[in-house]
Design a protein around this ligand. Structure first.
Ligand code: ME8
Length: 529
């Protein structure tokens, strides 16, 4: 376990944490394997990559808190002509370019507090070797055969298309022109698995959200073609072991990462035996087809269990008219974290756009979300309550049974209901709603302050006991909301939990710096312009 992971668990546990009681316990099965796509190191990493990864990280953290043994896997997809071309255009060797990009994304995950357990690079030796084993097995059992490919090829997407799939004679994915391709290559007998794939997608929960199912069903019903899975003119790829003038075409190589990362095809399959099949594979909607048709097709051929769920989330739209070149750096995640904090960036990515849907990213929306929810609601609740508890009780507040009033019960009920509510939202992968419900509790607690007027109670000696009840309830709201926030936001909620000094039913507050600084949106926007 990494140091930071240890600290997190410790802090959570010390503070009567999620893992002990507040998150509903797990369902008896104690392993959980979650993956992101492995990303192409062809351009700069942007907040779209962070979107998937932060969401998976929050889920992984949540599951760890519930007591699951989690493997959260991510990595980089390093083969293909495109990366080789990008390296060449920078005057770098392909390997040098890839090493730099992999280091850079690890740096990004570090500043975003992404606690991955496995990071795979498809140029890793163990992966290349395992992929060759997989390919050989598929060939030996007749799932791979050699033939001539004649059709259309999109070089930027590295995708083969049939003429019927083209849109206006262009690639249906990127809309760029395709070239005629005629070459000898190896094919995967995907057509063999058509009926089973149709059944999988139409009749099970394999693909979510439901809105993506129809498109895949229609695609399969049009008839699945066998798939060209090697190229003969791409040098930067894994060679076909028995026919080295062919290299494996990206998808068989890339998709296999999800099992080679666990040791499949190596001498040590302990992790694979324990963690496969994956519980959740999260991908952007543009690669749902690869993950719900080609990937299960390959697994069926290998006679391996299928992932329990593939979730195709929507896109953060970065190219809206508000994003101009001169503003480009505002969407640079390194800059965003440095300027506005890791909590701010994670919060935006988890809260703003419901997971299945598309949504725009703008600096303005990002800053407003931060100001409204983190500064004005959560941060403000914590600072007001800490200030009053310190002023009136030297920061030591215990539960006083006598003085409960009807205005307290609604807040107490909301506090008690929150863990279950969050749990249900997380189960449905609705992290945005989970966060909304936590911030709602903070809003209610702020309203409770306005209504109970603790500053007036503080003025009279005879209302001191009542003031104590009010502050205790507020600290409970802070404790529960911070616990619930801690898998999502990695910085401040943990500090708050520590500073609450909760033990044996008593809060012994410690010093706590201001959580979040309000940002002047207008001036930030004008600086960015
Ligand atoms: O497709 N909004 O890699 P890739 C939301 N190597 N998510 C986004 C996004 C956006 N604007 N932009 C990127 C590949 N993503 C392959 C995958 S897996 C075996 C191989 C996220 O670098 C989203 O998860 O193009 C998307 O699917 C992925 O990055 C694409 O990353």
């Amino acid at each position: 376990m990494s140091k930071s992971k240890e600290n997190l668990q410790e802090n959570l546990c010390e503070s009567n944490s999620l893992c002990e009681c507040e998150i509903a316990p797990n369902d008896g099965k104690n392993s959980y394997y979650i993956t992101t796509p492995i990303y192409y190191p062809s351009g700069d990493w942007h907040i779209g990559h962070c979107y998937t990864t932060v969401n998976c990280d929050a889920l992984a953290r949540y599951k760890r808190c519930k007591g699951y043994q989690v493997i959260f896997g991510t990595g980089t997809d390093e083969h293909g002509q495109k990366v080789a071309d990008v390296a060449a255009s920078k005057g770098l060797s392909t390997q040098t370019h890839l090493d730099e990009r992999a280091e850079n994304i690890k740096q990004l995950w570090k500043i975003l507090d992404i606690e991955y357990d496995m990071f795979i690079r498809t140029t890793d030796d163990y992966h290349c070797k395992a992929v060759q084993e997989i390919f050989l097995q598929l060939y030996n059992q007749g799932d791979i055969y050699k033939s001539n490919y004649e059709g259309k090829y999109c070089t930027p997407c590295e995708s083969f298309w049939t003429p019927a799939q083209l849109v206006d004679d262009c690639c249906p994915d990127c809309k760029r022109p395709v070239i005629d391709s005629c070459e000898e290559c190896y094919f995967f007998r995907l057509s063999r698995y058509q009926d089973r794939l149709l059944d999988l997608i139409s009749n099970t929960d394999f693909l979510a959200p439901q809105s993506r199912v129809n498109e895949m069903v229609n695609f399969i019903k049009e008839g699945l073609q066998d798939l060209a899975v090697t190229r003969s003119n791409v040098k930067w790829g894994i060679p076909v072991p028995w026919d080295e003038k062919h290299t494996l075409y990206v998808w068989v190589d890339a998709l296999s990462n999800y099992i080679t990362m666990l040791g499949y095809g190596s001498d040590d399959t302990t992790k694979f035996d324990k963690f496969w099949p994956a519980d959740l594979q999260v991908v952007g909607k543009e690669i749902v087809r690869f993950h719900t048709i080609i990937w299960p097709g390959i697994l069926m051929a290998l006679k391996l269990p299928l992932p329990k769920k593939v979730y195709g989330h929507g896109w953060l739209l970065l190219g809206g008219d508000k994003m101009s070149k001169s503003k480009g750096n505002t969407a640079n995640p390194f800059d965003l974290v440095a300027k506005y904090s890791v909590d701010a960036v994670r919060y935006y990515l988890l809260r703003e756009v419901p997971f299945g849907a598309d949504g725009a990213y703008t600096l303005e929306m990002f800053l407003n979300r931060y100001n409204t929810d983190l500064v004005n609601t959560y941060g403000n609740l914590v600072s007001r309550t800490f200030a009053m508890a310190n002023q009136n009780f030297d920061g030591i507040i215990s539960k006083d049974d006598g003085q409960c009033e009807s205005i307290d019960s609604a807040l107490v009920e909301q506090i008690e209901n929150l863990p279950k509510l969050v749990d249900e939202f997380v189960d449905n992968l609705n992290l945005s709603k989970a966060l909304e419900s936590i911030i709602n509790l903070c809003q209610s607690a702020n309203k409770y302050i306005d209504e109970t007027k603790p500053w007036l109670l503080a003025k009279q000696q005879q209302s001191k006991a009542r003031l104590q009840v009010v502050l205790y309830n507020l600290l409970q709201a802070i404790k529960i909301s911070s616990q619930q926030l801690s898998p999502f936001l990695t910085e401040k909620p943990i500090q708050v939990l520590k500073a609450l000094g909760f033990g044996d039913g008593v809060y012994r507050l410690q010093t706590l710096d201001k959580l979040y600084d309000r940002v002047d949106v207008k001036s930030e926007l004008s600086k960015a312009n």
